[in-house]
Design a protein around this ligand. Structure first.
Ligand code: HXC
Length: 510
C-alpha cells in the first residue's frame, strides 16, 4: 500500500510541475505566474479540488506520442471564493505553450458542464498559444465544443475570462462570449490575427501591444472590461467581482453584512450640482456616496467615460449602477456609451441584479460620425435593454433629462419602477436656448427678446414639476436623502414579479 500511495504522490508531483522547472522559471521571468499559482491566489486557501490531473492528449503526429505531459496544458476544477463555489480552468503555458488540444478542450468542457449543472460561475484563466498546431481539426473541434458551452451558459451562470498571456486566433472567441474579460497590462494580448499577418495582408506595421494589448482593448475596442497591473492584482479583483455576483440566474443576489446606515444622509450632495447648469460635476461622487461603505466596482472604466457602469451594494445587496457622467461629453449618449450601458443592463437583467440609474443627459451626441456609424441602431440597444429588463429599476434624475435620452434612461415609460428627481432636474425636450430658437424661429427678435423667451421656457420646463404633475416622476427628493430613498425603493421591490410576453427570444438591434 505504501508503494501505491508513493506512486500516486510521485505522479501528482510530476503533474504539478507542468512543463518543468525551467519553463516555470521562464514564466516567472516574464513577470507571469503559473497556472497553479494563479488558482491559488484566486480561490480560498486550500479550497481547490482538481479534476483530470492525469489527462494526456492522444495525438500521434509529429512525434507527439513521446510528449504526453499530465494535465495537457490546463488545470481544471472547482473551489470557493469567500466560501461560494466557482469552477475554474487555468491554462498552463509551460506545457506545450498552453495550446488547446482536443483533450485540453474536453477538460474545460467538463467543468463547464458541472458549473451549469450545479449553478456556479466559471472563471477561465487564459494563457495559451491557441489551437494545438500538431492536432489540426481535433483542436478546432475542441474549441467549437467550448464555444457552444459558452453560448449555452450565457445568462445561466456568470462567466469571467482573465487573459494573462497570448490569446490569438479563434481562441479569443471563447472569452468574447463570456460576461467579463479582464487583461493584465504588458503581459496579455488578444487578436484574431497577429501583427505578422496584419503586416502581410494590410502592410500595417503594428506591435502586439498596440494591436491587442490591455490598453487597446480597455480604451479603444471595449473588448475588455478592465485591466490590472499583474496577475496578483487580477486574481484579487476577480475575487472582489465574484463577491457581487449571484452564483446563477435562479439565485438571488448575495447578501453581505453591512455596516453603513441605509438612512445615512449626505448633506454634501445638496451642493453637488453647480449653479451654472453647463458646469460639469463628477457623477462618481454621487455613486460612491450612495453605496454601502463607498464600495464601487466599476466595469469598463476606461471606455466611453460619458457613461459609468458598475456594481455597488445597498443594505448588503448587489445593485448595478448606470449613470451619465457630465464630466465627459457633458454626459451625452453616443454609440459607445449606449453599447456599454446596454450590455451592462442586460447582464444585470440576466442575473436578477436590480438596476439603479442616475440621469444627467443633455441628449444624443449630434454629428455625421455618430449618424454614419449607426447611432440610431446602437442607441436603440440601450432603449431596448432598459425596456426588456424586468429586474427592479430605480431611477434618479439629478439634472438634465432631455429628449429621447430622457426616455431611454430607465424612464417611467420604459417600466422604471420608482423614478425620483432632484429639485435641480430639468426634464424637457431640449435645452431652453435650443427650444427658443425653434419655437420662435419666425420671430426670434433681438438678444433681449431671445433671453426673455429662453427664460420663459426655463421657467416652464427647467424643473421636475411638470413631469411630477403627470406622475412620470414619483417624487422630487432632497439630494441628501438619495441613499435612504433608493435603499427603501429597492427594499420595496424585492419581491417584484414582472413577465414579458412569451417569445423564443427577442431581436435586439445588434
Ligand atoms: C503547439 C505551441 C503552440 C501551438 C506555442 N507552442 N503555441 N505548440 N501549438 N499553438 C509551444 C511552442 O512550440 C513552444 O514549445 C512553447 O509552446 C512555448 O512557445 P514559445 O514560442 O517559446 O513562447 P513565446 O516566445 O512566449 O511565444 C508565444 C506565442 C508563440 C506568441 C504564443 O508560441 C506563437 O506564436 N505560437 C503560435 C500561435 C498560433 O499561431 N496559434 C494558432 C492560432 S489559430 P517548446 O517545446 O519549443 O518550448 C487558433 C485557431 C483557433 O488558435 C480556432 C478556434 C476556432
Amino acid at each position: 500500500m505504501k508503494d501505491i500511495l508513493q506512486e500516486l504522490d510521485t505522479r501528482r508531483g510530476n503533474a504539478r510541475l507542468g512543463g518543468g522547472q525551467k519553463r516555470i522559471d521562464a514564466q516567472h521571468e516574464k513577470g507571469k505566474l503559473t497556472a497553479r499559482e494563479r488558482i491559488d491566489l484566486l480561490l480560498d486557501e486550500d479550497s481547490f479540488e482538481e479534476f483530470d490531473m492525469f489527462v494526456a492528449h492522444r495525438c500521434t503526429d509529429f512525434g507527439m506520442e513521446k510528449n504526453r505531459p499530465y494535465g495537457d496544458g490546463v488545470v481544471t476544477g472547482w473551489g470557493t471564493i469567500n466560501g461560494r463555489q466557482v469552477y475554474v480552468f487555468s491554462q498552463d503555458f509551460t506545457v506545450l505553450g498552453g495550446s488547446v488540444s482536443h483533450t485540453h478542450a474536453m477538460k474545460i468542457c467538463k467543468i463547464m458542464d458541472m458549473a451549469m449543472q450545479n449553478g456556479a460561475p466559471v472563471i477561465g484563466i487564459n494563457d495559451s498559444g491557441g489551437a494545438r498546431i500538431q492536432e489540426g481539426v481535433d483542436s478546432l473541434a475542441g474549441y467549437g465544443e467550448v464555444f457552444q458551452r459558452n453560448i449555452e451558459a450565457s445568462g445561466v451562470v456568470p462567466q469571467i475570462s482573465v487573459i494573462t498571456g497570448p490569446c490569438a486566433g479563434g481562441a479569443v472567441y471563447s472569452p468574447a462570449m463570456t460576461d467579463f474579460i479582464f487583461m493584465v497590462r504588458d503581459s496579455s494580448y488578444m487578436f484574431v490575427t497577429g501583427p505578422d499577418v496584419v503586416k502581410t495582408v494590410t502592410n500595417e506595421q503594428v506591435t502586439a501591444e498596440e494591436l491587442g494589448g490591455a490598453s487597446t482593448h480597455t480604451k479603444k475596442s471595449s473588448v475588455a472590461d478592465g485591466a490590472f497591473e499583474n496577475d496578483v492584482e487580477a486574481m484579487a479583483e476577480v475575487r472582489r467581482l465574484v463577491d457581487f455576483l449571484p452564483l446563477n440566474n435562479r439565485e438571488p443576489v448575495p447578501v453581505r453584512p453591512f455596516f453603513d446606515d441605509p438612512d445615512r444622509a449626505e448633506t454634501s450632495l445638496d451642493t453637488l450640482i453647480p449653479d451654472n447648469p453647463n458646469m460639469p460635476y463628477d457623477m462618481k461622487e454621487l455613486i460612491v456616496k450612495v453605496a454601502d461603505e463607498g464600495d464601487f466596482y466599476e466595469i469598463q472604466e476606461d471606455f466611453a467615460k460619458n457613461m459609468v457602469t458598475g456594481f455597488i451594494r445597498l443594505e448588503g445587496r448587489t445593485v448595478g449602477v448606470v449613470a451619465n457622467q457630465p464630466m465627459v461629453l457633458a454626459g451625452c449618449l453616443d454609440i459607445d456609451s449606449s453599447r456599454k450601458a446596454a450590455r451592462f443592463v442586460r447582464f444585470c437583467d440576466c442575473f436578477e441584479i436590480p438596476i439603479l440609474t442616475f440621469v444627467d443627459v443633455p441628449g444624443f451626441l449630434p454629428g455625421t460620425s455618430q449618424e454614419h456609424n449607426g447611432v440610431i441602431k446602437h442607441g436603440a440597444k440601450l432603449l431596448f435593454a432598459y425596456g426588456e429588463a424586468t429586474v427592479p429599476k430605480v431611477t434618479v434624475i439629478t439634472r438634465k433629462a432631455y429628449g429621447g435620452a430622457y426616455v431611454v434612461m430607465s424612464s417611467k415609460h420604459l417600466r422604471g419602477d420608482i423614478n425620483y428627481a432632484w429639485p435641480t432636474s430639468e426634464i424637457a425636450v431640449m435645452g431652453a436656448k435650443g427650444a427658443t430658437e425653434i419655437i420662435h424661429r419666425g420671430d426670434l427678435g433681438d438678444a433681449e427678446k431671445i433671453a426673455k423667451h429662453t427664460a420663459d421656457y426655463e421657467a416652464r420646463f427647467a424643473n421636475p414639476f411638470v413631469a411630477a404633475e403627470r406622475g412620470f416622476i414619483d417624487e422630487v427628493i432632497q439630494p441628501r436623502s438619495t441613499r435612504k430613498r433608493v435603499s427603501r425603493a429597492f427594499a420595496a421591490l424585492r419581491h417584484k414579479k414582472r413577465k414579458l410576453p412569451w417569445k423564443k427570444h427577442d431581436n435586439i438591434p445588434l
